[in-house]
Design a protein. Sequence first.
Length: 675
Amino acid sequence: MCFCLALLGMVSGTASAADFGKEVKWDSQSLIIDGHRVCPVMGEVHYSRIPAEEWASEVRKMKEGGVTIIATYVFWNHVEDREGIFRWDGQRDLRRFLEVCQQQEMPVVLRVGPFCHGEVRNGGIPDWMFAKGCKLRSQDKVFLGYVDKLYRQIYSQIIGLQWKDHGPIIACQFDNEYRGSGDYLMALKKMALAIGFELPFYTRTGWPELSKPVPFGELLPLYGDYADGFWDKSIEPTAGNYYKAFNFKGFRSSTAIGTDLLGKQEEKINKGDEAYPYFTCELGGGMATAYHRRPYIYPEDTYSMALVKLGSGSNLLGYYMYHGGTNPESTTGITLNETQRTLGTANNDLPVKTYDFQAPLGEFGQPYPQYYMLRPLHLFMHDWAETLTQMEASFPVSQDLKKGEDGALRWAIRSQADSGFIFVNNYERLQNLSAKKDVQLQACGISFPKMTIPAKCMAIFPVGIAGLRYATAQLVARRDGRIFMMQVDGVPTTIALQNGKTLRGVKPRGMEKPVYKNIYLLTRSQAEHLFLDETAKTPSAPLNVGCQKLSEAGPLRAIVKGKAKVAEAPTEEDWQQAAVYKILLPLSLENTGERHLLSIEYQGDCARLYANGKLVADNFQYGRPFLYGLWRLPEGCHELELRILPMQDGAPIYLPTEADKTPGERVKSISVVRE
């Protein structure tokens, strides 16, 4: 296999950039690279939201997490916020980012717009474009003329870096979440081809349904799902149809994505889509926080959705986001975040700076628990790709379960002939699904012994695979003739071999000692860190940092509902009424050669951090600490200003149970931790 050698390179060092450029094909099941079926893991990261000097380390972290393709938007207003002046410098240097991906042997899918969304101002379309008197996102000749200039500029950055040139760029997406005629998308593709784009395949978001389809094979539809959505206007905990993301089903898309822009979406497979492979590009690695709705995403949310999509037949898992970021500054003085007041999108107030997204890797590259939790799944997808991708999905239980329905176990089968995998998901976000007793799973003519499936259990059980008749442990990886399996928490491990031998009550022994010949059983923690070359460091105790209150908060602001009929974020004038604190950073942090995170625990509605009078970070309080990467501070800066606006009782805002809803404001603690 060559396509996923990026991951192989992580563990065996056998990959090289020379693997780029090999033949790429696809059929109704999967991508086929150099004659081998692959099951990629795609992770979204926005290069222009991360300082350029951090790209190499962050791409490497993504690779170590099991990502085998990188997806990234090219935001139009990040590179041309002033008409006719394109910027490809600093963290906008697309070519340099692609060269980093090439060095890390990571294929790239470019999402080139012109409309991207990505919670960027106007969805990425520059403000000046709205004054041109043309119809945006259409075949209007004036609009397409400006898009042509954009695409030519992007092409100038990718010359020599396309797949055919043995470069990393393997595919390209045009526009995003478009619901009009497919003729517009085809016009974008025709334009790109005429300029010089020549890639193995091209994609579009498979939602919403186009009013006129594109010709078959021209653009592969990619799908998505999220555990919750900041865009939902409801301030209830379990709004919308997000619960459906935790049910196995043949329906590929989501009826919950982007309902603020797209309205109600029907649960039906678009005609002809079954002839395409089932790929995703926006499986929620986390979720952003809007001012009016601030979901707290749990690692189980992301893992469960990924397992369910894989069990439902998907052969490419694409996470949005996999790595968070920080909005850059414009040259015009406007902020580049989505707000209710902006010309495009205009449905949600997002923070000015932070785009942490609670992703597996956060805004500053800090790993959240799902980063490790997902790794065994990604290793499995890589090592059993040729087997898994040819297996069809079937659904022994209803595909139309209601929210919180707890009468039956959620499970699905992927199988071919006498081998398969049983996918089990006894988890749904914010619902307390019970343990299921006396469950008897069956697949490929094999009946498992009756067992209890614990609450929150998510697992993949093999049948007729790798010398196993069946096992109640999860396959993770195979290397040098060794099979690595992961114990499923709360489920006694039984390993039934094809030779008739059955091992019961097997206990994990780690990587050093097999439980039987070439079979190794790992704990979840061991599996999550399998093959990672981690340098052991004694964890440093958080260094407490003091702060001095300079001024109390002024009169409480009136929280009004804005254009989109949801609570509006504070204005710059409102921030002048915030409580102000001074933070003095320890001089001992200098010249240590280590990166440190500032962690602020506070009571309040929202907070901002300033360095030398300049806004560097902001936060809508939702239960996790307010973080900032101190290595990004200007040299010699040791004093920061923290502003906090008080929490108000009865505000029309959704706050999770983890948030501190106490009215008022105060600093609870400030500490510095080594990254």
